[in-house]
Design a protein around this ligand. Structure first.
Ligand code: IPE
Ligand code: IPE
Ligand code: MG
Length: 268
């Protein structure tokens, strides 16, 4: 079955959704464009920061559920390179919120055995945030139930530029030749090199765009777009996204039905 109609899940409770999930066919790596905080706040006549604050609760819940069911890697888009163009007051508040998150989550991450990592260009980040990132990354280095990656000051094009620069530096040193440049070499220079292949990308808030997130990695990821605003995206919405993922036939350019006939002798 392949369906883009997720209203079929409306009839199920959260427990039922969980039992319908095939835990052996989970995406290895899930990434989320956490969008819609501002609209969530606006619809309640609240300041935008209230939406960001409520969105942090979704972060906590999504991290916990992913860890609970056995997702290997979760990557969250928290702040894009383009987000530096927002009004300084909002940027400042987002930075404060991020610092607060790092301070408050360390114990929980250790308790849940989650390794923490960030990706992005750190030159513009305030010093206290950088110090906390270092601290949380170092403290959780040996955790191995799940890897939580937060993309801050991140841009997909910037990531590819950084990879190109690193490869050209190796070329200048003579450690890489033009013939060595292939997809696997480029991948080894991306920020995400230590993470499994991206299987599922979720975007909340009804926008159907990538907004410069994981441009290389998204090549064969399944995409799940939902109208739910990020602060409302909790356990239930995540389970639905995972179930939706499991309805997809991932063909990677092949004719899957023919492969199945050839390998098993009958159509499955
Ligand atoms: C996502 O919510 C959070 C960040 C980009 C930091 P937005 O702040 O983009 O919320 P909307 O899209 O304006 O509703
Ligand atoms: C994408 O959301 C970035 C993050 C979620 C961090 P935006 O709200 O910045 O994206 P656009 O402007 O709608 O493309
Ligand atoms: Mg937005």
């Amino acid at each position: 079955m392949s369906t883009l109609d997720i209203t079929v899940y409306d009839q199920y409770s959260n427990e039922e959704l969980l039992t319908r999930l095939d835990l052996k066919r989970l995406p290895r790596h899930v990434a989320v464009i956490m969008d819609g905080n501002g609209r969530w706040a606006k619809s309640r006549y609240m300041p935008r920061i209230a939406g960001h604050y409520e969105g942090m609760k979704s972060v906590r819940e999504v991290v916990t559920v992913c860890r609970e069911i056995g997702i290997q890697a979760l990557t969250l888009y928290a702040f894009s390179q383009e987000n530096w163009n927002r009004p300084p007051k909002e940027v400042g508040m987002l930075m404060k919120l991020m610092e607060g998150y790092l301070k408050s989550e360390l114990d929980l991450l250790l308790e849940q055995d989650i390794r923490f990592m960030t990706i992005g260009r750190y030159d513009l980040l305030p010093k206290p945030i950088l110090q906390w990132i270092d601290k949380v990354e170092a403290a959780t280095r040996d955790c191995n139930k799940m890897v939580l990656t937060i993309a801050v000051s991140y841009g997909g094009r910037g990531e590819i530029v950084d990879a190109m620069q690193a490869i050209l530096e190796d070329y200048q040193k003579g450690t890489v030749t033009i013939q060595d440049i292939d997809e696997s070499l480029i991948e080894r220079h991306l920020y995400t090199t230590s993470l499994p292949e991206l299987d599922l990308l979720i975007r909340t808030s009804g926008e159907a765009r990538i907004s410069n997130f994981l441009l290389w990695q998204v090549a064969y990821a399944e995409l799940h777009f939902t109208k739910t605003l990020w602060p409302d995206f909790r356990r239930r919405e995540l389970l639905i996204a995972l179930l939706d993922y499991q309805t997809r036939d991932r063909r990677f350019g092949r004719t899957l039905q023919l492969d199945r006939i050839q390998t098993s002798g009958k159509l499955s």
